[in-house]
Design a binder for this molecule. Structure first.
Ligand SMILES: [Zn+2]
Length: 126
């Protein structure tokens, strides 16, 4: 095995990298987490690369497809953060943990629990 691995993505952490590897495998692309792979050869605990965890693909032909899939995936994710249609969901910011969460519009003006910390959150009217 002397083929070069092609890095298609720098994940923020090992967990995200592993999710991506699994996700790529579901699309028929053989990928691996480079730094975890290297770390298994070392006696010391996992060393996290300062620029992120590299997700690599073995096959150059698959690398292009992987990159296209990833672009598609992230474009979709950012589109979902766009404005909601009326009657969709309402964003509420938790006063306890400062994180925001979305609730169905039918719950506007009510008190719900925060999905992040479990405390009460006031869902705004608009
Ligand atoms: Zn919270």
């Amino acid at each position: 095995m002397s083929r070069d691995m092609i890095c298609v993505y720098h994940a923020a952490d090992v967990e995200q990298a592993e999710v991506l590897v699994t996700w790529l495998a579901e699309h028929g692309i053989e990928a691996l987490v480079k730094d975890t792979y290297a770390a298994t050869m070392l006696p010391t605990p996992l060393i996290v690369a300062p620029r992120g965890i590299e997700v690599c693909v073995m096959d150059p032909e698959q690398a292009e497809r992987a990159a296209a899939l990833l672009r598609e995936q992230f474009a979709e994710a950012s589109a979902q953060r766009g404005p909601e249609p009326p009657g969709g969901t309402i964003e509420a910011t938790c006063e306890e943990c400062g994180q925001s969460a979305r609730f169905p519009a039918s719950q506007r003006g009510t008190v719900q629990s925060c999905p992040h910390c479990g405390r009460y959150v006031d869902v705004p009217l608009a």
